[in-house]
Design a protein around this ligand. Sequence first.
Ligand code: GLY
Length: 308
Amino acid sequence: MSIPAIAVHGGAGKWNVSEDVKKKALTVLRRAVDVAYDILVRGGSSLDAVVEAIAILEDSEIFNAGVGSVLNAVGEVEMDAGLCTSDGVVGAVCCVKYPRNPIKLAREVALKTDHVLLCGSNADKLARALGLDPHPGPSQRVLEKFRELRSRIDSVSYWRKLRDVLPLIERGGTVGAVAVDKQGILAAGASTGGVWLKLPGRVGDSPILGAGFYSSSRAAASATGLGETIVKALATLRVVNYVDHGLSVEEACRKVVGRHSKVFGRGTIGIIAVDYRGTVVAVHNTEYMPVAWRTSEKSFASFKGIQL
Ligand code: GLY
């Protein structure tokens, strides 16, 4: 029997928001780990714990995922999500518009189809066929931010604009979770609306195995930050490989985030990870990364993990 543990994050970034929003974000993260930890202590799977935790974050509207997803260059929601376990479950969806909870659709892809990744309108069709809840459309806050960004950024859709957009983004970029269950199975997942004003069809790291999420039988990791850099680095694969070769989860995350800062600059990544013994860590090179976790020893929530 293993000792269960769960960790979640609400996106690495500047989090230049009011104290009230920060308080709400931590409250939702705490609720997500409490619900997930309850699943784990009752003998449930790390896969279900990760999915239920992420679904709570997707529902909250505070984070850039699910109901709170940001909009692409033409004002549409396009979401990515993915998950995996240490016993070979892998499922992901990208560029989906229909589901309220892309992470639940990713679990359906993993458990009910022969595939690992479905994209766009055909993934949306599957969500409808399975009776998943529909996305309610962008919130007032998201619509207002879209109008503000479009008025400040040249309205041409197809050009390099990320450098201009990023300084205007005040929140984090993704949500994610990692867990280990009583059976010793580890799981990792990620879900996101991507980056503001992205080109329609852009896919980030969150649905890419080894980039946004990865797990072996020793460690599971979930990443947040600038998706293109995380895909280029295969950041979570690196973390898990380091642990498989003998590093602690903290040493592995420090090494990967440190390298990321050197290669891509600071403000680009955050990672949460858990090992098979239930040790949890959160490391980021951004100003903030709201995190919460529960282990047999500790219940923790903060706007910062280990900041490099
Ligand atoms: N990390 C989320 C994204 O870049 O899509």
